[in-house]
Structure formats: C-alpha cells, structure tokens
Write a protein that binds this ligand. Structure first.
Ligand SMILES: [Fe+2]
Length: 190
C-alpha cells in the first residue's frame, strides 16, 4: 500500500515530506557572494543549454558534403556541452543555490541567441562558441576579482577552454572553404 506524500503526514519512509532542512555551505564565501555567483552560473547554464540544442539541431539536420564527419563532430560537441551543463549546475548546488532547469528560464537568461526555424550552420555555431568564450572570460574575471571565488573561476576557465577547442575545430573545418559571402543557414520548411 502506498501513502500519499502530499498530505503533510509522515510517508511510509518515516519522513515528513513537507519538512525541508537547508544547510548553508560554510566554505568561506558570504551568502550574498554565493548568491551573485549562482546567478552567474545560471546565466552560463542558459547559454550552454541554448548552444547544446543548436548543436543538436545541426547534428540532426546535417546533409551534403562532409555529412558523416559533421554528423560525428556535432554529436561529440553536443555531448561535451551536456557534460559542461552538468558541471555548472553541480557548482550552483555546491554554493547552496538552485540550478535552473526549465526551457522558459533558459530562454529568459540566455545571452546566446535562440533562432527558431533555422538549422544552425558551422559559422553560426562558431559565432555562438566565440560569444560564449567572451562571456565566460568576463564572468571568470568577475568571480576572482569581485567575488574571490577561485573554485568557480577555475570551473569557468576550464569551460572556456573547452569552448575554445570546440571553436577551433569548427573554424578549422571551414578554413580554406570557398567563401560564399553569406551564411549558408537553411530555413526549416514548415
Ligand atoms: Fe544522432
């Protein structure tokens, strides 16, 4: 027989489901500092989520010359971006915060542009990685200079380096390609 955990009474596991004890991290960072850093982390998480989805769309919709290579490249970058989000979300929790996790919040906080109806091409993804790198550089600097949170600083720098590597791979793929003068993004046919 199952007990209803939403009725405020003790459940079958002996715990009151409404009782939540929050233990603040005692790690040498004031709560307002931790709050500000969690905001930075959540803004970063939103960027990563949007770029993850755009990379996945590129993986799904890749076609033409280089299909197989690009299919594999986009898939590996998609997986790296997923792992990055995990690390950032876990850091938000370590600082006593809540990691955002809804599409609405990702859209609200992202600084990487969402582009519904467009299959991102390499140039677009490259521009998004480069924008992410610039944001990460600035956010990492804030974490160490303003907040003296070396843990988050180190995390953001490591994430920045992963983006630098992904950007290099995308850049290398299109270097020496004929210049078409404009992005080759395709519209999704509705
Ligand atoms: Fe796939």
């Amino acid at each position: 027989m199952r007990n209803n955990h939403n009725d405020g009474h003790d459940g079958h596991d002996g715990h009151n489901s409404k009782l939540q004890i929050l233990i603040q991290p005692n790690i040498g960072l004031d709560s307002d500092v931790r709050h500000s850093v969690v905001e930075i982390l959540n803004n970063t998480l939103a960027n990563e989520a949007v770029l993850t989805l755009k990379t996945r769309s590129a993986h799904w919709n890749v076609s033409g010359a280089g299909f197989l290579e690009l299919n594999i490249l986009f898939n590996s970058q998609y997986e790296q971006l997923n792992d990055i989000s995990d690390e950032i979300a876990e850091r938000a929790r370590m600082l006593g915060g809540i990691a955002i996790g809804s599409l609405q919040e990702f859209i609200k906080y992202t600084r990487v542009e969402e582009q519904p109806g467009v299959v991102p091409d390499i140039l677009r993804l490259l521009a998004d990685h480069e924008a992410s790198i610039r944001f990460l550089r600035e956010d990492a600097r804030k974490c160490t200079e303003e907040y003296e949170d070396e843990g988050t600083f180190e995390l953001l720098v490591s994430v920045m380096r992963l983006h630098e590597k992904m950007a290099w791979m995308l850049r290398s793929y299109i270097e020496n390609e004929p210049v078409h003068g404009e992005s080759q993004e395709r519209m999704i046919i509705k």
